[in-house]
Design a protein around this ligand. Structure first.
Ligand code: AMP
Ligand code: GLY
Length: 418
């Protein structure tokens, strides 16, 4: 079987590595750090394949899956209709309300004055969100009214995120531990992967701005299979049902960002794809034929045999980012030590924002540059390995968090608790 994986980041690198076990894989466009994998600059719909797996949200929201399906081909990834769950947070909230899925209270604003009035009338803390896509950076969580006001003004004026930000939601900020539960869906059925937790803030201890994700680990010691079952029963399955009532046949990954609050679980967000960097820690633990599962989902034919099993070993991913990320990443620095890091047994280095420099060596070319993953018998071992491999990689000003998976058996990340 030939599979075309669409995208160019660490998530697509991890997908390509996993699917290569049972398929011939081409990544479109991929990146020059995807050692040993076939990459192609040809538009993905022109590539000949039996299955397309679309990694990022943007092409899903823009209808790439529809265009490929329109030619009678199989795609793992929702059409533009289902992708609105991520493309419009306002629409997502409507679907959640219709499906009675527990979520944070929120209000929608298109104009400044009513939004500011609302801020004055409420006590916070607030989560202020752009309606449209913002590469994981469109949310500010704050308890400070002045900061909230500035953010609302920047978003509604279009200064912060252009048109994607001109409509906003102001939500009650929830506190608790945040987990990611991703399910593989075939339009009717859905099977969950194991839980993962990612680290959204750029700095240690959950400080600094939100990013696309600075690291992740799995399994999550405090998120039992019972919690995953609850996320399926209360959020993922009702949402799939609500979509199908709207004639949306959702085939792809559905990612629930879940806050475990004192009042039970609440959905913070849905993503219509595999998480990044969660995928980088889930796929090395996935015990089974990933290609067959995604093919069955794309065909609308998932069975219990495709329920993903996760092997006991743990995985930890440390993201290596450019200086200035997430605001203004500085790029173009030559990267050293990737081969040494890749040679560490049990470690993987997935490439994201990299390019080929003038002398043929890899240089940094984006905010999140590399994902270093360690696997091991337990989280502590996986963590040691991830950091051992990560310290072999260098470029001037490289940024990473040193507290990924530093949980010492307790619930201790910044996952939404700030
Ligand atoms: P989103 O873009 O909706 O995925 O939100 C990005 C991140 O912002 C989430 O993963 C949380 O860490 C945080 N966040 C979003 N909504 C809330 C909320 N209502 N309360 C607290 N934190 C939130
Ligand atoms: N890790 C969060 C995301 O993929 O959006």
């Amino acid at each position: 079987m030939r599979v075309c994986i669409v995208g160019s980041g660490g998530r697509e690198h991890a997908l390509a590595a996993a699917l290569s076990a049972t398929a011939e894989v081409v990544v479109a466009p991929g990146n020059p750090g995807m050692a040993g994998l076939a990459c192609s600059d040809v538009p993905p719909e022109w590539i000949d394949a039996d299955l397309w797996v679309i990694g990022p949200e943007q092409p899903l929201v823009e209808g790439l899956a529809d265009r490929i399906r329109g030619r009678g081909r199989l795609v793992f990834g929702p059409g533009a209709d289902g992708a609105r769950l991520e493309g419009s947070k306002v629409w997502m909230k409507e679907v959640l309300a219709a499906a009675r899925v527990p979520t944070a209270e929120s209000r929608v604003f298109d104009e400044l004055e009513p939004a500011l009035r609302y801020l004055r009338a409420t006590s916070g803390p607030w989560a202020i969100k752009t309606d449209g896509l913002a590469a994981g950076k469109g949310v500010l969580v704050t308890g400070t009214r002045e900061e909230a006001r500035r953010d609302v003004e920047a978003k509604l004026s279009g200064k912060a995120f252009g048109d994607a930000g001109r409509r906003i939601l102001i939500e009650e900020a929830l506190s608790g531990q945040e987990i990611s539960v991703i399910a593989v869906c075939d339009g009717r059925q859905a099977y969950p992967l194991d839980c993962a937790q990612d680290y959204k803030r750029v700095g240690n201890g959950g400080t600094g701005p939100n990013t696309g994700g600075m690291g992740a680990y799995s399994p999550v010691p405090f998120a039992s299979s019972e919690i995953v079952g609850q996320v399926m029963e209360r959020a993922i399955l009702p949402t799939l049902h609500a979509l199908s009532k709207r004639a949306i046949n959702y085939r792809g990954a559905l990612y629930a960002g879940v806050m475990l609050t004192e009042d039970g679980l609440k959905i913070l967000e849905f993503n219509v794809r595999f998480g990044d960097p969660e995928t980088q820690v889930l796929l090395p633990r996935w015990d089974g034929d990933v290609t067959a599962t995604l093919f069955a989902a794309a065909s609308g034919a998932l069975t219990d045999d495709h329920a993903a099993r996760f092997s006991a070993p743990a995985a930890v991913c440390v993201v290596l980012a450019s200086p200035g990320y997430p605001d203004k990443p500085e790029t173009g620095a030559p990267i050293e030590g990737i081969d040494e890091a890749r040679a560490v047994p049990g470690a993987h280095v997935y490439a994201a924002g990299v390019a080929t420099g003038p002398d043929g060596r890899l240089v940094t070319a984006g905010g999140r540059v590399l994902n270093v993953v360690g696997t091991g018998a337990d989280l502590a071992g996986a963590r040691r390995l991830a950091y051992r491999a990560a310290t072999m990689v260098r470029w001037p000003g490289m940024v990473s968090r040193s507290d990924i998976a530093d949980i010492a058996g307790t619930a201790g990340t910044d996952g939404g608790s700030s």
